[in-house]
Design a protein. Structure first.
Length: 228
C-alpha cells in the first residue's frame, strides 16, 4: 500500500494488497472458480483445473492435494482479504473526511471484487450447498465486512455529514453493490471499467447518505466505456 510521503493526506493511488494475488496458488484458485461456476463443483476434475491454470496435474498437486483443499482456499482467502482490508485501511481512513474515507473504501472493495470475480460469484451461488460450519464462517466474514462499512457511516452520522439513519442497511447495500460487479459483469463490463463503476456507485451511495446534498470532488465520475 503506497502512502503519501507527506504523512498528512493519503495518496490517490493507494491500494490494499490482495491476499495471494500474483502467486500461483491464487491463479489456480481463480481458474478453479471459473470452472466451478460453468460446470459445477462435482463435475469439474483436477485435470481440467490444471489445464485452465496452465500447469500439469503434478504441479497442481504440489499446491493442493485435492479439490476440497482448493475450496478451503476460497474461504481462507475471503477471510484473509477481509482482515487485511480492515487492518491496512483503518489507519488511512482516520486521516480522511467521512465522505473521502467511504469513497476510498468502496473503491478498494470494488477493486477486490474485480480481481476475484469468479470467487465472489461462486460463493453466492454455492452458499446453500456448503456444510453448516463453512456457511457459518462465510456469513461471519460478511458481517465483519458489514460492521466495517457501518463504522465508517456512523462516523459520518456523528459528524453531521450523513443524514440517512440506518447505517447497517447502508453498509449491506454497499457490499451488494460492490458484489454486483461480479454478478452483472456480463453487462456492466461492456459499459464501464471497474474504476468507473466504483466511482458512479460511490456517488450514488453518498447522495443517498447525504439526502442528495453532496458536493462532487473534482467533477463527474467519468465517461462510460465505449462499446467496441
Amino acid at each position: 500500500m503506497a502512502i503519501d510521503k507527506s504523512g498528512d493526506t493519503p495518496a490517490d493511488n493507494q491500494t490494499i494488497p490482495i491476499y495471494g494475488a500474483g502467486e500461483k496458488r491464487w491463479e489456480i484458485v481463480k481458474a478453479a472458480a471459473g470452472l466451478f461456476i460453468r460446470q459445477g463443483y462435482l463435475n469439474t476434475g483436477v485435470r481440467e483445473i490444471a489445464e485452465a491454470s496452465g500447469i500439469t496435474v503434478g504441479t497442481l498437486y504440489h499446491y493442493f492435494k485435492s479439490k476440497d483443499e482448493i475450496l478451503a482456499a476460497f474461504q481462507d482467502g475471503a477471510v484473509a482479504n477481509t482482515e487485511n482490508f480492515i487492518k491496512q485501511s483503518e489507519p488511512m481512513f482516520t486521516k480522511m473526511s467521512p465522505q473521502d474515507a467511504l469513497r476510498k473504501a468502496i473503491e478498494l472493495y470494488v477493486g477486490f471484487t474485480d480481481e476475484a470475480q469468479s470467487i465472489v460469484l461462486f460463493w453466492h451461488q454455492e452458499t446453500k450447498n456448503l456444510k453448516p460450519d463453512e456457511r457459518r464462517k462465510l456469513m461471519e466474514n460478511e458481517m465483519v465486512l458489514a460492521d466495517f462499512f457501518e463504522k465508517l457511516i456512523v462516523r459520518g452520522q456523528k459528524e453531521g455529514v450523513f443524514k440517512f439513519k440506518d447505517a447497517r442497511l447502508a453498509a449491506h447495500t454497499i457490499i451488494v453493490l460492490g458484489d454486483m460487479w461480479a454478478f452483472r459483469r456480463w453487462w456492466l463490463g461492456k459499459r464501464f471499467t471497474s474504476a468507473q463503476y466504483a466511482r458512479m456507485q460511490t456517488e450514488f451511495i453518498l447522495q443517498g447518505l447525504c439526502n442528495g446534498k453532496l458536493e462532487l470532488p473534482g467533477g463527474q465520475p467519468g465517461e462510460v466505456r465505449k462499446k467496441t
